[in-house]
Design a protein around this ligand. Sequence first.
Ligand SMILES: [Zn+2]
Length: 211
Amino acid sequence: MTPRFPDAPRRLAHLPRDRRGFPVPWFVSWGAGEPRFPVVDAAKLSLAWNEERCWVCGDRLGALRGWVVGPMSVIEGATPEPPSHYECAAFSVSACPHLSTADARFSGQYADAADCVAQPNISKQGSAVTAIWITKGRGATPFQAGAGTLFGLAEPTRLEWYAAGRRASGGEVQEAIALALPKLRTAAQAEGRGAEFERRLTWLDRWAPQA
Ligand SMILES: [Zn+2]
């Protein structure tokens, strides 16, 4: 039988596969011998950041890091998840059903499991568009946000946009941003950082391809 994803990066070869043949990312929590997609193993979150390990494969990171982020994270410049090797991030955005499918929904079935991170800062807003925010070195500063931690992203060296497992068109990127915008703008204005938010959108013009 031909293994699924024969062109997966070699770094992922050691990861266990689930019943469908998907490599199970390092961050996923396990219960009763089964991976609990997409629930994050709480201990891995600090381990990944403190030991500079790849969120997807668990190995040590090099200088180049890829942060897999949705449009909301790009607009806000903050994400709840640590970075990965660029090639692990690139594989994830093309192969992971949660990232490459617009209608994928986060499962709530493990929300009560004791060893799971509740991930208070993850948006449930489904988006067909995902980005890889590429940095060199640490690339972010963690900060407390409500009940969870967010990573405040440093200026990217590159920002790549994907949709349905391939590079996104300018139209798709603009549409995803437009969808995420109103809620974030309202929140920013309510928190008294409306002007800062508008400056942020001007910054984004440089990084988001036009239609
Ligand atoms: Zn990796």
